[in-house]
Design a protein around this ligand. Structure first.
Ligand code: FAD
Length: 486
């Protein structure tokens, strides 16, 4: 049941949430706002949507962001822009063919090629717009996501689009069953935004373990994935839309990228983030990775490194998730360090000294197995067999012998490695203009969703590097235009 605002009581009860009184007229943050478009989320999709709504004639555009920092995951990104998406404007058929070829792996019922082409066909305009702001984009934004989002924040400010940082949307409000705005919390107080159109751009759900388990947790390995996305990616927009009847995509998944050491090891040079393994200098690929049965599961030198970020389907992280037997350990001995690069042994020692279980050390493989809680006989067999390949070829996974280095010099170390993700695929069902559908397949008037909050249609079971910024910037631009002035 949709509960209504009851401002006369000074307390608002909405879906079980209590809101204290709104800021009063004259208070620094009051009164509540009435706008044409409220954009929820300051990532790439939300920023582009806000700017394009303004460009299309929307008078008052308000962008709210729950974090204290503008830019979301987009700000953390490397700034890669998928070339095929950008080229789709001039060469749609070729781009579509590329996309189809890349998307062959999997049988998920996605992508929606028509929607992809509709959005990607306008990506050239989005890139031209970004370039007109002074950004240099040649397959990647010069300066990465930080430069991209800094420029967009500056442009938004210059366009007199109001931005409220630290303002968290809690619910989509309805008047007589029609979307009428957002109920938010701002500076610990309730805050109502009345809007003709609501634009959800809240990112994905990869930082919400419960939602990952619920929507994407079909494989036990997934519970082991560490998301590198911004902490704002908690699925808020998806949940809010769901509560007013929006349909959700099936077969959601997280966007697996490379490997990650624990954040608890971040202060140690060899384990600083992002993990050196992704991509790794070749010598690091001489290590082996074992699962909780002490068994190898891959050629650890895939693409010359663990977890080659450009081949999401064959990378180490993806294989680990399919294997689904965490924890995973990378084994080192006293002689593992790549000559001249760093003192790896010092890092291993520093990690072991933390005593938090992320780096284990033992004088024998047997004792290491006990510390790892894996079968000692299997670990010994795995290492012995691997060492035997040093004189021939990897008879199990085909690892090139130049990457095989015996593990034989005590002490031995085992370092926990985690697959990481760059976000999620799924969200609320939308059309190519970002309009949200309900479960009966009807458009929910005045409600839009763009970016990772609604991205399932663009992918099958894997991800293509650089697709997000290219597609979500375009989707934001399209949807902002659709709301503009209406
Ligand atoms: C390390 C890393 C590197 C990456 N590199 C690339 C790359 O090179 N190229 C590429 O294409 N993609 C890359 N990606 C993926 C890409 O950055 C994201 O998919 C993309 O930024 C998502 O954009 P978005 O606008 O949908 O969401 P976001 O950028 O995550 O923005 C969503 C915003 O909404 C806010 N929000 C959430 N809930 C609320 C709420 N209730 N109220 C108010 N605000 C809310 C969040 O705090 C956040 O700021 C990378 C991802 C990571 C993690």
């Amino acid at each position: 049941m949709i509960k209504k605002w009851v401002p006369a009581l000074g307390i608002i009860v909405l879906f079980g949430l209590s809101f204290t009184a709104c800021p009063m007229e004259g208070e620094p943050d009051g009164p509540d706002r009435t706008v044409d478009v409220v954009v929820v989320g300051s990532g790439i999709a939300g920023s582009m949507a806000a700017l394009s709504a303004r460009e299309a004639g929307a008078g008052k555009v308000l962008l709210i962001e729950k974090r204290a920092i503008f830019g979301g995951t987009a700000k953390l990104s490397q700034g890669g822009f998928a070339t095929a998406v950008v080229n789709a404007k001039n060469n749609p058929q070729e781009s579509l063919n590329d996309w189809k070829a890349w998307m062959q792996d999997g049988d998920s019922g996605y992508p929606d090629y028509d929607k992809f082409l509709s959005v990607a066909g306008q990506a050239g305009d989005a890139v031209e717009y970004l370039r007109s702001l002074g950004l240099i984009i040649i397959g990647q934004v010069s300066g990465g996501g930080n430069a991209l989002m800094t420029k967009l924040e500056e442009t938004i400010t210059a366009q007199n689009i109001e931005v409220l940082l630290g303002c968290e949307a809690m619910e989509i409000t309805l008047d007589n069953g029609v979307v009428s705005g957002i109920a938010a919390i701002y500076r610990h107080r309730s805050f109502r935004i009345k809007a003709k159109n609501v634009m959800l751009a809240t990112g994905g759900f990869s930082r919400n373990p419960e939602l990952v388990a619920q929507w994407a947790g079909t494989n036990p390995g997934l519970t082991y994935v560490v998301s590198l996305a911004d902490s704002g990616s908690a699925g808020d927009g998806i949940l809010m839309a769901r509560r007013i009847g929006a349909a959700l995509y099936s077969n959601a998944f997280t966007k697996i990228a490379g490997l990650q050491f624990s954040a608890a090891l971040r202060g140690i040079s060899a384990f600083a983030q992002p993990a050196l393994l992704s991509p790794a200098p070749a010598p690091l690929s001489t290590q082996i990775l074992v699962n909780n049965e002490a068994k190898r599961i891959m050629d650890e030198a895939i693409g010359g490194s663990f977890g080659n970020v450009s081949s999401y389907n064959s990378g180490a992280a993806y294989i680990m998730i399919k294997d689904g037997k965490p924890p995973y350990y990378i084994l080192y001995d006293a002689d593992s360090g790549p000559a001249g690069m760093m003192d790896l042994t010092a890092s291993l020692e520093a990690g072991a000294a933390l005593g938090n279980g992320e780096v284990l050390k033992a004088q024998t493989l047997n004792n290491l197995a006990v510390a790892m809680d894996v079968p000692a006989g299997t670990l010994k067999d795995t290492v012995t067999r691997y060492n035997g390949f040093a004189d021939s070829e990897d008879g199990d996974f085909g690892k090139h012998h130049s990457y095989i280095k015996r593990i034989e010099t005590p002490p031995f170390y085992a370092v926990k490695a985690y697959p990481n993700s760059y976000g999620s695929m799924g969200g609320v069902v939308t059309d190519s203009n970002g309009r949200v559908f309900d479960e009966a397949g009807n458009v929910i008037p005045h409600l839009y969703a763009v970016g990772e909050v609604s991205n399932r249609d663009f992918y099958n079971e894997s991800y293509i590097g650089g697709a997000s910024l290219a597609l979500y910037s375009t989707a934001g631009r399209i949807a902002g235009k659709a709301t503009g002035g209406k």
